[in-house]
Ligand binder design. Structure first.
Ligand SMILES: NC(=O)c1ccc[n+]([C@@H]2O[C@H](COP(=O)([O-])OP(=O)(O)OC[C@H]3O[C@@H](n4cnc5c(N)ncnc54)[C@H](OP(=O)(O)O)[C@@H]3O)[C@@H](O)[C@H]2O)c1
Length: 289
């Protein structure tokens, strides 16, 4: 089966391609394609590719993902963050709708404000507190307003077992410990790590089962930065003395907002999966260094 994608060269997308190249033929709407470059912010380019392609699914991963860079563009609708995340998604949604393609849209836990004490579920109302989250929440609204088939998968802090040019949370911690430079790790910041090797299986599941709707698709676990760093330290025998830090203290010195909790409840999806997700402890054991 042919699968169209955006962002398939990225941290998450490239894993989907490498793990499922025997199952699907992927075609990427790619800025860097030498023959037919596609900028998703260009409505005509997007429509042209989709109308000439009979792939039944499009996995939309392309995004402006630099959260600090996004914050520096706050409220700037002519900046790349808004243009890629909102206008780019609008173009993808419209073209999928007009060409009858099922859109699988990848989103983020940063649509939430982080004030909840428990894990967020799909029924919680988004209330983003910074520009990246705001643009991704607007993108979700555009997808949800579509008359076509759509699936939204929200993830948080994705990491993979191998290293990748755009460094993920796991490998940033490994690097920091190896060179002996790691900031104190917050004991009061909670997140829901997503093992990309499992997440790409969830995308395959959505394709195989034509699943539609909004789903949380992390590991379903909640970790603090400190506990996660300690897990990596111990599992990989890095022998580093991880220091404890406090997000509450850090926020007193930073003007950039941070969500205190982005962990996701995945019960809605987990109940229907036909395979078992690895625990984060098992996932970290799979790390290739
Ligand atoms: N990474 C995270 O921490 C995280 C957390 C939660 C959710 N997510 C979501 O997961 C998805 C994948 O994230 P990721 O970390 O894999 O992203 P990434 O590594 O930053 O890759 C983003 C991709 O988007 C492409 N892209 C950017 N602008 C484009 C444009 N105008 N036209 C076409 N392609 C464009 C890039 O192409 P080039 O390679 O050519 O630059 C790149 O392949 C995103 O939707 C993101 O919001 C990520």
């Amino acid at each position: 089966m042919k699968i169209l994608g955006t962002g398939l060269n990225g941290l998450v997308g490239s894993k989907l391609v490498s793990d499922f190249s025997n199952t699907y033929t992927f075609e990427n709407l790619d800025l860097r394609n030498p023959i037919q470059p596609v900028d998703i912010t260009n409505e005509k380019q997007v429509m042209s590719v989709l109308s000439q392609n009979d792939a039944p699914f499009l996995v939309h991963m392309a995004a402006y993902t630099d959260v600090t860079g996004a914050w520096q563009q706050t409220d700037d609708q002519s900046g790349p963050c808004y243009k890629i995340n909102v206008e780019g998604t609008r173009n993808i949604v419209k073209a999928c709708e007009e060409t009858g393609k099922h859109l699988i849209h990848i989103s983020t836990a940063y649509v939430f404000d982080g004030e909840k004490q428990e894990q967020y579920s799909e029924t919680d109302t988004p209330n983003p507190i910074e520009w990246y989250g705001k643009t991704k929440a607007l993108a979700e609204e555009i997808v949800q307003a579509s008359n076509g088939n759509w699936t939204i998968l929200r993830i948080d802090q994705p990491f993979r077992n191998d290293s990748f040019p755009k460094i993920d949370t796991l490998h940033r911690l490994i690097e920091g410990m190896k060179i002996g430079k790691l900031y104190p790790q917050f004991t009061d910041h909670y997140f829901g790590p997503t093992y990309i090797n499992d997440f790409v299986k969830i995308i395959d599941f959505v394709i195989r089962t034509n699943l539609t709707g909004l789903y949380h698709a992390s590991s379903g676990e909640t970790w603090t930065d400190y506990a996660f760093a300690q897990l990596i330290n111990q599992t990989l025998n890095l022998n580093f003395a991880v220091q404890e830090g406090s997000l509450a203290n850090y926020l007193q010195t930073s003007s950039r907002p941070y969500q205190k909790n982005t962990s996701l409840n995945i019960d809605k999806l987990k109940g229907s999966l036909d395979f078992t997700l690895l625990s984060i402890e098992e996932a970290v054991k799979e790390t290739i260094r």
